[in-house]
Design a protein around this ligand. Sequence first.
Ligand SMILES: *[C@@H]1O[C@H](CO)[C@@H](O)[C@H](O)[C@H]1NC(C)=O
Length: 306
Amino acid sequence: MIFKNTLFFGLFILINILKAYDFCKDNQNILEKFNFYEGFGGKDSKKKLYVEDDLPYISYQKKTTDNTIDQFLLLNMCGNEVDVSNNKIDFSKYESKSIIYGISKLESGSVYTDVINILNSDLDTNKVTLKEINDAYTGLNVFIDNVKSNAFNITFQCDNNLKHDEFGKLEKKESFDIISKEASNVWTMDIKGPSGCLTNDKDNKPVKENPPKKSKHSFFTYFFIYVMLFTIVYIGASSYIEIKDGGTLQDFEDVFKYKFKELMFSIPAFTKELYNKIVGNNFTRYTPTNNQGHNNNDTRSGYAAV
Ligand SMILES: *[C@@H]1O[C@H](CO)[C@@H](O)[C@H](O)[C@H]1NC(C)=O
């Protein structure tokens, strides 16, 4: 009995040594529920993936007071072969089967100061926690702890409106463990896109579509405001000129009111004319008439072109 148990135990250990951890294969039952599994090539480990079309990556610059640092980060969760001909990311330090690859270098320099290369073989079941999300949104959280002094909290958030996964957020926090005297980084990444969506599409929380930002005020609103201001200023000025010599404030008010009332009745035609002129790219200055409509040889009543 003891012998049998020892044998099984030994076999168990042996199998686990021989069988290296594989993030996608070892978590297939969960990953398969999401587009994640197929998207990252879990179904076919021979499938070559293209950075631009298949994998979430981010490239950005970090500016310090005296330097600019170029940073690149790529997720290749199933460790498939990556097409490295893409020139946005330098793959010179990339190792095949790398699932998280990040580099940074001084913009001016050629030496990579900081390389992150997390391989499948750096992981094991104790370091990886998967959490399915389906409350505020549908998604999958992958937490990878304690690999090469890094922890990764990666949330794949379902967004079926996107064709590929995209970085929505990237945060790096440095922490220092007083007891072990070790520094480590905690990376928080939000990836939006199809990978976080369930393959059974009807169980996905619908993603709020961001409507294209539309100007609240249409061209016509501004046009109308413009016309009103123009008109009021014009009537004010012309009324002032008319009563300037010896007129009282009351005279001004009377003239202003009269002109304003007169204009109100002619505004539809006036507006149309003005609009046609502006849109017709042939803007000439129009002024409402101040001769009370006696000078109308043309068909426009109530205003005249100057
Ligand atoms: C991962 O990040 C989210 C917020 O982005 C947080 O709610 C969650 O607790 C984090 N998970 C871990 C294990 O730290």
